[in-house]
Design a protein around this ligand. Structure first.
Ligand code: G3P
Length: 224
């Protein structure tokens, strides 16, 4: 399973890359709105220079001609860029055209396995169910991941399920168990995955024991 970071914050991305766990990044306009003093294009290029993997950059145009123009432009930003397009009829039509041109698409705002099937059939390379938001609506977000993975596998659809809108570490495990080849995580979820209280206690004890051992004179150790 590949782990992506769901952020437009370059420091978070640099840190995750240093940890050796980062295979890609997903961004969207809401994540970009938290950043300041830099254009979306500049930030995406900056991210692409840190991450040797797919970096999703989202289009906002709502008319087909505008969306095609915007997507073709976004695709030129960097060879790592994957163009993110929300699913609707215009989005599907654009995906059909752009995928035939060899542009990689991440179809986003997926809330049902039906939408996932349509996105994959239209030619999206990545399909992003929003697990947390489905859960928020009182349904089972992970079931959409599970069904989408099963459908893509059964029919050899080349699209990859990218589990998104993950809110906590158990979501990541559930996505892995549901067979999602990719999960995109907020930085806070990544940090929470690293931590375990027993690890902290264990490190503290090892360090304290090592100090007491090192403090003991070598002579006494030799005589004991
Ligand atoms: O990747 C999708 C993500 O950014 C949405 O997350 O927590 O706003 O539902 P959330």
């Amino acid at each position: 399973m590949r782990l992506f970071l769901d952020t437009a914050n370059i420091e978070e991305i640099r840190h995750a890359a240093r940890l050796g766990i980062l295979s890609g990044v997903t961004t969207n306009p809401s994540l970009m709105a938290k950043e300041s003093g830099i254009s979306y294009r500049e930030r995406v290029v900056e991210i692409c220079e840190v991450v040797n993997g797919p970096v999703s950059a989202e289009c906002i145009s709502r008319e087909l001609a505008d969306l095609l123009k915007e997507a073709r432009e976004v695709a030129t930003w960097h060879s790592n860029v994957v163009v993110k397009i929300p699913i609707d009829e215009v989005g599907l039509e654009a995906t059909a055209v752009l995928s035939r041109e060899g542009i990689a698409i991440n179809m986003t705002l997926i809330f049902s396995a039906n939408q996932a099937l349509l996105a994959a059939t239209a030619g999206a390379s990545y399909v992003s169910p929003f697990v947390g938001r489905i859960d928020d609506a009182g349904q089972d977000g992970m079931e959409v991941v599970r069904e989408s993975v099963a459908i893509f596998d059964s029919y050899h659809l080349p699209a990859q399920v990218l589990a998104a809108s993950l809110r906590h570490p158990r979501h990541v495990i559930a996505a892995a168990r549901a067979g999602a080849p990719i999960a995109t995580l907020p930085y806070t979820v990544l940090k929470a995955m690293v931590k375990h209280p027993l690890t902290d206690v264990g490190i503290e004890r090892f360090v304290a024991d090592a100090r007491s051992y090192q403090a003991e004179p070598a002579r006494e150790r030799a005589n004991s």
